[in-house]
Design a protein. Structure first.
Length: 559
């Protein structure tokens, strides 16, 4: 009888391009040898696998696994990967295997064995870690590897890589063996017998039951602030902001309309850490700084890997990560942010509609660019709609295009195409998916969005050094924010005795990076909210240089 605590167990993980061998192939294979009584993993390795001829990696799988051309150059053949795996098995001939979704992985490994060694018996005796966890922890909302490992105290990156999955499965296996021993299941044979028994039916709960006791989040204060969801090992999973910590955090667990949010993440939450803020506006700024510092795995919007911001030429036809005498317009979130305006300027001035100009004008990837005939018809429709503005474009295309883009942003023309533009990545690479009406709408939307980024760049440079007096909607409490060099230098209550003394920096003195750009962008979004909801805002650049709520609302519409 082989005791689980003393048993060498082969941990295996496959990443694939499809759900079964009939619809895909193994993309990456990883394995290692683990024991329940040791933290180390022996013979740990993972390899990209060369795909059979005619197979490809779907775009979604590339995003999930991080697969790219460099990975393809490192790939080994199926036969070599199988030989290496069997070599590890041969060094530990009595080793059984533990696989998270055993049925999934085994289907691909059996396919390999049947093709590569058709005369040999299949060498792997595996148990399913997922099936064990379902029986041991039936109350958990999710039993995916990431949720299960996080619940037990191990962090797993969002990218689906075999090496990380092997390490996580080995960690889970060690934890499971302890809980199995508490049930009297202490041998490999007993584990097989237990899994062979009929599993008890899982109760059909109307709501998920999360590991975190409801008393923990229901006892939070009804005040603005920032909250952090923590794993049992102290890892920060997620950072959020709240006008009311109690209401916002509770909404994660009880859901909206009866549906809980992000069950995989919430399965891993064992505690909550909070920081109070003076207002919802300042909570938003604190949230941004915390995300930048901690980089929690479930915060993706504010954890950009590229630290750069960009600057454009006045003609909006080129971008650079460094401002100079040629690249003066910025800061911008992307090298291509203002390309739709540059394309419109060129086309309005009579330039031929090249492939690159058509792509920039409609604001989509070059892969989905409408063909010349369809674009020409769409451009004619667009020009007819806005003839009164474009009529004099040949004399000064820049002024005409900026005037038109401003009108589109403030009007409804650009908004009509927003939903379609957001879904444009779903457009197949076929010219018949475009028609003149769609081309015209995409030109309008791309121009409106680019103009907003253009105005935002000027605005962010403006508030780079300033003092902001504000009161949240419905509050008489005045707060003073001192912004210097794009950072929040001070935040305090303010009385009527305060007077501005800020000297605004010259444009040539401004230095931007992604962190500063995001900070000022979030501040801008919060100022919009305060003014739209009836709060008070006044921005001061120095004595006699003030933008009050009366004028601020109109300015913020453009940024």
């Amino acid at each position: 009888m082989r005791a689980l605590a003393d048993l060498d167990v082969l941990i295996i993980d496959c990443q694939t391009t499809g759900a079964s061998p009939a619809f895909g192939a193994v993309l990456e294979l990883g394995w290692g040898v683990a024991r329940a009584d040791r933290a180390e993993i022996r013979a740990l390795q993972a390899h990209w696998i060369a795909l059979p001829e005619g197979q490809f990696v779907p775009q979604q799988v590339q995003k999930l696994t991080g697969y790219d051309s460099s990975a393809a150059s490192l790939a080994i053949r199926e036969s070599e990967a199988w030989q290496r795996l069997c070599s590890t098995l041969a060094r530990t001939p009595a080793a059984p295997a533990a696989i998270h979704y055993a049925r999934f992985e085994l289907s691909f490994l059996r396919d390999w064995a049947s093709r590569l060694e058709p005369e040999a018996a299949f060498p792997i005796d595996a148990v399913c870690v997922h099936a064990i966890a379902l029986r041991l922890y039936p109350e958990l909302p999710r039993h995916s590897l990431r949720a299960l490992a996080g619940y037990l105290g191990h962090g797993l990156e969002l990218a689906r890589r075999s090496l990380g999955h092997v390490e996580a499965t080995a960690f889970v296996w060690r934890k499971l063996c302890g809980d199995l021993a508490a049930r009297g299941i202490i041998s490999w044979e007993a584990l097989h017998d237990w899994l062979g028994e009929r599993a008890p039916a899982r109760p059909r709960a109307k709501k998920h039951k999360y590991p975190l006791p409801p008393e923990r989040y229901k006892s939070l204060p009804d005040l603005p602030g920032v909250y952090q969801f923590l794993r049992s090992n102290g890892d920060v999973l997620y950072v959020g902001k709240a006008t009311s910590l109690k209401k916002r955090v509770t909404s994660h667990f009880v859901g909206r309309g009866g549906t809980q949010q992000a069950p995989e993440m919430l399965t891993q939450v064992s505690d909550i850490r909070i920081s109070l803020a003076a207002s919802a506006l300042e909570a938003a700024l604190l949230e941004n700084e915390a995300i930048k510092t901690l980089r929690p795995p479930y915060n993706v919007q504010l954890t950009a890997t590229d630290p750069r911001v960009w600057f454009s030429t006045p003609g909006f036809d080129a971008g650079s990560a460094r401002p100079d005498q040629e690249f003066t317009v910025g800061p911008l979130p992307s090298e291509y942010s203002l390309r739709p305006l540059g394309a419109l300027m060129a086309l309005a001035a009579g330039a031929p509609s090249t492939h690159s100009l058509r792509s920039a004008a409609v604001g989509v990837s070059a892969l989905w660019t409408p063909d010349h005939a369809v674009f020409a018809a769409g451009w004619s429709e667009f020009a007819a709609r806005h003839d009164s503005i474009l009529n004099g474009a040949s004399a000064n295309p820049r002024i005409a295009v900026l005037k038109l883009a401003r009108a589109l942003l403030l009007g409804t023309a650009g908004t009509r195409a927003t939903e379609e533009a957001e879904a444009s990545e779903l457009l197949p690479n076929r010219s018949r998916d475009w028609d003149p009406e769609r081309v015209a709408r995409h030109i309008e939307c791309a121009a409106a969005q680019a103009y907003q980024i253009y105005r935002r760049a000027r605005w962010l440079a403006l508030i780079h050094d300033c003092d902001i007096l504000y009161a949240e909607p419905g509050s008489t409490r005045m707060r003073l924010l001192s912004v210097r060099d794009g950072s929040l230098l001070e935040a305090r209550d303010s009385g009527p005795e305060w007077s501005p003394s800020t000297r605004r920096s010259r444009m040539s003195e401004l230095r931007f990076d992604r962190a500063k750009y995001d900070r000022l962008r979030i501040l801008t979004s919060e100022l919009k909210r305060v003014t739209q909801d009836g709060g008070h805002v006044a921005i001061h650049w120095g004595i006699g240089q003030t933008l009050s709520s009366r004028w601020l609302a109109g300015t913020l519409r453009l940024v």
